[in-house]
Design a protein around this ligand. Structure first.
Ligand SMILES: [Zn+2]
Length: 316
């Protein structure tokens, strides 16, 4: 190598690495949770002007020659912050981006990766792609801009164009991502990802920890079914859609919440109680979850939704 080409390479490495200043992700470290996998555990509050929309757990897997990103966050700026964190660890290109479901806090950050890596492939559940194209993307862009009071401005939707299949394996160098799709769990668009070589599971929002998710688009019984299936996966590390990473106990813990709310709501409904009359009784049964972020806002809705679902179950 000549001195000239060496200098050119050094210059390129220093000056053409995208580094974005002052992103919503800066204060949150990328933590290595397995041999090849890192997670940035985001804040737990819903999108607001302070967190500038950042609230999920973006993850990335470093293979022999590239980087796979899971759920790059809620806005262009969050995606850029995730890219900064990756760049602090490796110069390998991002070649694959996998989105877990339709909720905008998980995937509107795609744009940062499309901008930086025009050849990267974006993957999601076929129903997620369909819903995003049918107005879901616009809806989430508007919600994010409203909730963050404009902090997400400039974000456009990069909707995945590679539809995942249940049981599909995406092989990238030394890493295999096994895909598990659900019909109806947290939403009708959920994908879970097993990083086979790391015995690690990304659950999306079908499992959360320390943060109550919205269930407005979800099914209690469907979620429980998917969690029961996930109990059989050969994994040791579980990365939830929100909140701290842990082991398989995360699955059973959140399942206990869903099952208690659904079973009790169905029981009290049979006894003729209205949702507002059963709220305090069920709250006592799920007291262990009372300190989860978003509990006060979501719990009452969860009961109403569980009652509705129990009502529909009678007609099946
Ligand atoms: Zn969600």
């Amino acid at each position: 190598m000549t001195i000239k080409s060496f200098l050119l390479m050094a210059f390129t490495a220093i000056f053409f690495r995208p580094v974005f200043a002052g992103t919503p992700v800066d204060a949150y470290p990328a933590e290595q949770v397995a041999a090849h996998t890192w997670v940035i555990h985001g804040p737990l509050a819903f999108p607001n002007p302070e967190n500038r929309g950042f609230m999920n757990n973006p993850g990335f897997i470093i293979t022999d020659s590239s980087v796979i990103v899971i759920d790059p966050g809620s806005t262009l700026q969050v995606g850029q912050g995730v890219l900064n964190k990756i760049r602090a660890i490796t110069d390998k290109p991002v070649t694959h981006v996998l989105d877990s479901h339709i909720h905008g806090d998980h995937w509107l950050g795609n744009q940062a990766f499309r901008d930086a890596f025009p050849k990267a492939r974006f993957y999601a559940h076929p129903a997620m792609i369909e819903e995003a194209r049918a107005g879901g993307a616009e809806n989430w862009l508007e919600q994010m801009e409203r909730l963050t009071q404009g902090a997400s401005k400039g974000t456009t939707a990069v909707i995945p164009d590679h539809a995942l299949a249940d049981g599909q394996e995406i092989k990238v160098d030394n890493i295999t991502i096994r895909v598990h799709l659900a019909d109806w769990a947290h939403t009708r668009t959920d994908a879970m990802f097993v990083v086979v070589e790391d015995a690690l599971l990304f659950t999306g929002d079908t499992v959360t920890n320390q943060r109550m998710p919205r269930m407005d688009d979800g099914s209690f019984r469907g979620s429980i079914k998917v969690i029961d299936a996930a109990q059989q996966y050969p994994v040791r590390v579980v990365v939830p859609g929100h909140g701290p990473t842990g082991g398989k106990e995360l699955l059973g813990n959140y399942r206990r919440y869903l099952d208690t709310v659904y079973t009790e709501a169905a029981k009290y409904r049979d006894e003729g109680l209205e949702p507002y009359e059963m709220k305090e009784k069920i709250a006592a049964d799920v007291a262990a979850f009372g300190n989860w972020s978003g509990f006060d806002g979501e719990f009452g809705k969860h009961i109403s939704l569980a009652v509705l679902e129990a009502e529909q179950a009678e007609f099946e």
